[in-house]
Design a protein around this ligand. Sequence first.
Ligand SMILES: Cc1ncc(COP(=O)(O)O)c(C=O)c1O
Length: 387
Amino acid sequence: MKIPLARPVINEEMIEAAVNALQNEKLVLGESVFKFEEEFAKYFGVKYAVSVNSGNTALLFAFQALGVDGASEVIGPSATFIATMNGAVLLGADPVFADIDMNTYTIDPEDVKKKITEKTKVIVPVHLYGYPADMEKLMEISEETGIPILEDCAQAHGAEYRGKKVGTFGEVAIFSFYPTKNMTVGGDGGMVITNNEEIAELVKKLRDNGRKSKNTHDIIGHTARLNTVNAAIGRVQLKYLDEWNEKRRKIASIYDKILDTLDEVVTPPKPSSSIKPVYHLYVIRVPENKRNLLGAWLEKNGIQTAVHYPIPIHLQPAYARFGYKEGDLPITEKWAKTVLSIPMFVEMTKDQAKYVGEKIYEFFDKRVYENNKELEKEAQQWIKRLM
Ligand SMILES: Cc1ncc(COP(=O)(O)O)c(C=O)c1O
């Protein structure tokens, strides 16, 4: 059996929609783009959705719209994909990293409070892996301090916190449609959602060369629009999102059943009355000295895994000038050494999920890692390839 970590769904309906857009619409800012935005806004119950060419761009524009500049500090987690903070840094801001809550893998509101200064311009929580951050506490902080929240929902399309979709709490939220995400546009793409008209209008200009009207440009902008063909695919994907998220939760429950019996494996947060995760990834935590061995063991058995993410942002070479060092964020650093993402995709079968679960069970139950020089060597290669 060969089981990939992730696999997007591209069906006939999506292919037809793409071909139709290609043959009948303007290729840039065609009708599908505006329809996709309208439908996306409706799905979230917000006034505005503005599409762009990636989640990274969506973050950059959202930070700019919130006034982030060279005099700002932005507080966010380091336990996330590097793009979460890149937009703020590109605008000249200083990144300020708060540690995470190891139970939810999301930013710890208590640590956020400690890191607020007069320069803090934005707080950017990430609903990492599709598990919601503690929005109640974060919104309290935002209301008390007046600092706006930008929700990074790149991995959390449709996830809910206390019955409300993540992305509808903060002043603005962003999404990514990178192919492995819970929904894609058949390539790169992103979306900014907000109820704030000024933010929406500014993002529309920023994506379109700062265009005020056909040949008048009143700000410096980018060419960063979502292509029409991609939007046409996104419209079809959005129709399936809820059904697909339900399938992901089913796979997660199969994993939970097998893995919760193992003392050395911590399974991700489960659906409850307060959260409804969408399992963009199913991420387990295992003892540090066994993580790479388990990754290598699963690979040997035809199962692809990954680490999201082996190097937290504060320790990335690109962030060296900000002076962070090992030990600054102890929980985040432990997270990077102990997490392992196992296969999770919509079309995964129950048998595939059981097989993955059983192979993990076997690894711990039969102690396959003990005195296993060959596996040790493979583990070293495995982690090297992930770097
Ligand atoms: C948490 C997070 N933020 C931002 C991004 C950036 O999105 P994109 O890859 O569409 O630029 C990603 C995607 O990879 C992500 O996982």
